[in-house]
Design a protein around this ligand. Sequence first.
Ligand SMILES: Cc1cc2nc3c(=O)[nH]c(=O)nc-3n(C[C@H](O)[C@H](O)[C@H](O)COP(=O)(O)OP(=O)(O)OC[C@H]3O[C@@H](n4cnc5c(N)ncnc54)[C@H](O)[C@@H]3O)c2cc1C
Length: 404
Amino acid sequence: MSKIVVIGGGAAGMMAAGTAGARHEVILLEKNEKLGKKMFITGKGRCNFTNACEIEELIENVVTNKSFLYSAFYTFSNTSTIQLFNELGLREKVERGNRVFPQSDKSSDVIKAMSKYLEKNNVEVRLNTTVKDLLTEDGKIKGVLLENGQTIECDGVILATGGVTYSQTGSTGDGYIFAKKLGHGIIEPKGALIPLVSEDSFVKELQGLSLKNVSISLFKGNKKVKEVFGEMLFTHFGLSGPAVLSLSSIIKEEGSYTVRINLKPALDETTLDSRILRDFEKYANKSFKNALDDLLPKKMIPVIIELSGIDEYKKVNQITKEERNKIRGILQNLTVSIKGKRPINEGIITSGGIKVKEVNPATMESKVVEGLYIVGEVLDVDAVTGGFNLQIAFSTGYLAGISC
Ligand SMILES: Cc1cc2nc3c(=O)[nH]c(=O)nc-3n(C[C@H](O)[C@H](O)[C@H](O)COP(=O)(O)OP(=O)(O)OC[C@H]3O[C@@H](n4cnc5c(N)ncnc54)[C@H](O)[C@@H]3O)c2cc1C
């Protein structure tokens, strides 16, 4: 039996500690006053803790360094996650897009299950304990130095300090500093799954409006880069919501990006035209601005009218076919120019981090420092929304837990 110190009581650290605890003496160090502060706010407080898709799809939904995660996903898959939680007394439910949530809709229940796992495997949890540095000798882990000056000697360290976004939850990038000092390369951390900024005036007018079942395409110049379907939100600074966050992962460098929103993706040009015509016949004697209630959310009507350039008081029975085509075009291609991304701290996850080529994918052990294991978001891996990021934390955490 060896002595293992796990740094960070988030999803990856708790999974690693509980798993390692089955064979070793394990101490879990967390700088916050409680475990899983970030986990608590995941999935809008409901915690979308994995995705019930095929393993190949898990891999496909990883944006950065897919192949590094093969071993981790195949050793501890989404099915393993659900099974472990079931054993710990947590029941799951599967929602749209195979997203898996606790039946109770409470992220706190997922944290409780993880705490049970730690207890079951006799992990010693030390809260309010910040690690200041890692101690090594001859390229081998020897222990950790705490902020209060104490040291803990150990045979292995699992580094699970998370990324650098939503830093109020404790993820302040400490792991990058520790790893860099020991010779690891770091890919510059950036905010990913992050809201987008637009200065188009109509976007501000629409703030607070949430759209469901729209299709959103990201264009770089005139080239379509990606299209997603789902939910989005207009805010005071630009665009947010799940579909927009997914698109943001594709934007790697600044450039002239635009987002084109198809407000009626289920209707082709002819069907949408007939639909507009039907409404115009229904409201034949009304003015343009009073004929759009069936077609659009209230807040959107003045914006669409302005973009169409058609007089809002024009009687709809006088609107020409050409004008109708223009309206249809706007509904299918509402174009928003993107100025950039919101500040890094607003990223749901961090892209970048400790270089994965310096970590053994079959064990999560560092190739630079013997006895150091690196797991979760502190690594240069990230995925789209849908439960994939927590699954990365669980799979890598588990793999380190059985390998140390
Ligand atoms: C708003 C929001 C919603 C999200 N929703 C989802 C979702 O529904 N599904 C999904 O899959 N993913 C979601 N994510 C992403 C997911 O939460 C993260 O990918 C995941 O929590 C990463 O786990 P981790 O254990 O690697 O890091 P973290 O959860 O960040 O844990 C790291 C821990 O290390 C501790 N720590 C850091 N430095 C030190 C130190 N020096 N000493 C001691 N302790 C330290 C921190 O306090 C923290 O508790 C969401 C993220 C956010 C911000």
